[in-house]
Write a protein that binds this ligand. Structure first.
Ligand code: SF4
Ligand SMILES: [Zn+2]
Length: 190
């Protein structure tokens, strides 16, 4: 929302024009359109760290408009999903195999070998299973069956990352809650 415009008398009197300001809700700040555009371009050029306020500008539709860039909601959504762990959904700048944050990867590894750092049975072992999700995109439907996952959300987030168009998810049947034998389980496709 524009809250200050260049006064019509400013240019005629020769005074310096007052730049238009707007309220950025995401940053809870008031700033100029040009600084918003600059922030958006900077965030698009290099991936900001999750704790950097610039991360709020990445994929922001307002910033895109101020920068004169056509906003692509599908690409923005896919990009946003690329920055979170498929399992815990926490932002992470480093994802092992493009899926899991370090913590989830380590817990998953413990479940694979059936032993945690204290030598006990990992809690996660009881929560991994096989899940099938139907993914509809561009008029085609693909069935994705994933093993050793915590649920359909994990599968959907992985699929959303590579989306080139809007996708719809469905569950073809309940294949969930199959007990996993860590020795016989099928490793995920990377
Ligand atoms: S790009 Fe979006 S979040 Fe960043 S300053 Fe502009 S409006 Fe705010
Ligand atoms: Zn995680």
């Amino acid at each position: 929302m524009l809250i200050a415009a260049v006064p019509s008398s400013a240019s005629s009197s020769g005074a310096m024009p007052i730049p238009a300001l707007f309220d950025c809700v995401a940053l809870r700040a008031r700033l100029t359109v040009s600084s918003c555009a600059a922030r958006w371009c900077k965030a698009a050029d290099r991936l900001p760290e999750p704790w950097d306020s610039l991360s709020r500008c990445r994929n922001c539709p307002i910033g895109a408009r101020h920068a004169g860039i056509e906003f692509n909601a599908v690409e923005a959504a896919a990009d946003a999903w690329r920055l979170v762990c498929c399992r815990c959904l926490r932002p992470s700048e480093r994802l092992i195999r493009g899926k899991h944050c370090i913590s989830c990867y380590n817990r998953d590894r413990e479940a694979r070998i059936g032993k945690n750092a204290k030598g006990g049975r990992p809690h996660l072992t009881d929560h991994l299973g096989t899940c099938a999700v139907a993914v509809a995109a561009g008029g085609a439907v693909e069935l994705i069956t994933a093993h050793r996952v915590t649920g359909p959300v994990e599968v959907m987030v992985c699929a959303a990352r590579t989306a080139k168009a809007g996708v719809t998810f469905g569950r073809p049947g309940r294949t969930w809650a199959l007990p996993i034998d860590s020795a016989a389980s099928t490793p995920d496709k990377d």
